[in-house]
Structures are given as C-alpha cells and as structure tokens.
Design a protein around this ligand. Sequence first.
Ligand SMILES: N[C@@H](CCC(=O)N[C@@H](CS)C(=O)NCC(=O)O)C(=O)O
Length: 209
Amino acid sequence: LELFFSPLSCSLATRIALYESNQPATFHQVDTATKTLADGSDYRAINPMGQVPALRPAHGPVLTENAAILQYVADRALSAALAPTGDARYQLQKWLNFITSELHKGVFVPLLDPAAPDGAKTYARGKLQLRFDVLNAHLTGREFLLDHFTVADAYLVTVLNWAAYLHIDFSPWPALQDFYHRTQQRPAVSRAFAEEMVLFQQLQARRAA
Ligand SMILES: N[C@@H](CCC(=O)N[C@@H](CS)C(=O)NCC(=O)O)C(=O)O
C-alpha cells in the first residue's frame, strides 16, 4: 500500500488505521499548496483533485476519499476489527459521512483555509455548536462512536485536533473532550500524531523560509 498524505491533515486518519492494524505502507508526502510530491512531480497525476489522502494498492486503481480509503484499509485487516460487518457497518458509514460532510468540510475547511473570507468563517463557526452537541450527546457514557475503536474514531480524533489547533474551547462538550484526550493516548494514535507533528513543523519551517 502507498499512502499519499499531508502532515496532520485528514490523511492522518488513514495512517492511524494502518498503525492500528499493523499494515506496512509507503508514505508519500504531498505539498497540497503546490500539488507536488517530494521529487517535484505533479501530484494531480495521482489525484486530479490534488487532495490527500490517496491510496495506491499493489493492484488496482488509486482510491481517494477518506470514507472509502478508511474502509478499504479496515477490510484488509479484519482481525483488527476497525470496521464492523453486518448492520453495524451502516452505523460506521453514518459516522464517516457525518465527520466528512458535517465536520470536516462544513465546519473545519472554512475555519482553517486562509483563503476563506471572514463571512465564510463566521458561517462555519455557527455550525459547530449543533454538530459538537450531537457528538457530545452520543459519546456521553461511551468510549467510542461504535462499541469498539473503528476507523470513524480515527477520523474523528484527526478532525478534533484541528479544533484544538484553532483554540476552540472544548469545555461545553466534556464527553467530546474526554474522547479526544483518551483516543490520543492509544499507542497507534499517539505514534501517528507524533510522527506527523515533526513533519508538520518541518513543513511550516520550509514555508516560512
Ligand atoms: N472529499 C475528500 C476531501 C479531502 C480533503 O479535503 N483533503 C484536504 C486535506 S484534509 C486537502 O487535500 N486539501 C487541499 C486542497 O483541497 O487543495 C475526502 O474526504 O477525502
């Protein structure tokens, strides 16, 4: 497997899933600002959207979109139980879609994108409360989004890290805050975060130079 990623972006969820399931992979860092790979080649030859993550399997076409990639990685390592089978799969897909559309794109892209105008940021910030309320209510008394750790939790902890980066105060959502801190302590999650934090800081330094 080859994962095309950008440090601390949404592709971190797939790195977490790979580490949780002990699957070896080659990691290719993408500069999403210039749409280039480390060798200077144009990343849009791999994903015409220029976005991460993209996953290149040993055989078959490149896969894009977090929700699809995360399930693909989970299904290659069934013993890690990162995605349930049967009816519970629909609950997993519900949370993957919620995170990708309602949180990632609906709230965090406008808040994080320096090109987003202030009006877009205010609009997105206004959407945060209901979505965090829904997650907080669901996570109250639960450890994970489903009844055990899944790729949806990997995606959620990745997105919540952006809220921390934006200095969003989690105190109105204690169950969500607990989920964030608890999940970050899982060995695979803390390893993935630590490795990408180093790469993120190097990227920031290169961009500032
Ligand atoms: N719909 C895509 C969105 C992926 C996405 O937004 N990736 C971001 C990083 S978190 C990115 O590559 N941004 C750069 C860009 O949009 O040009 C998915 O769910 O995989």
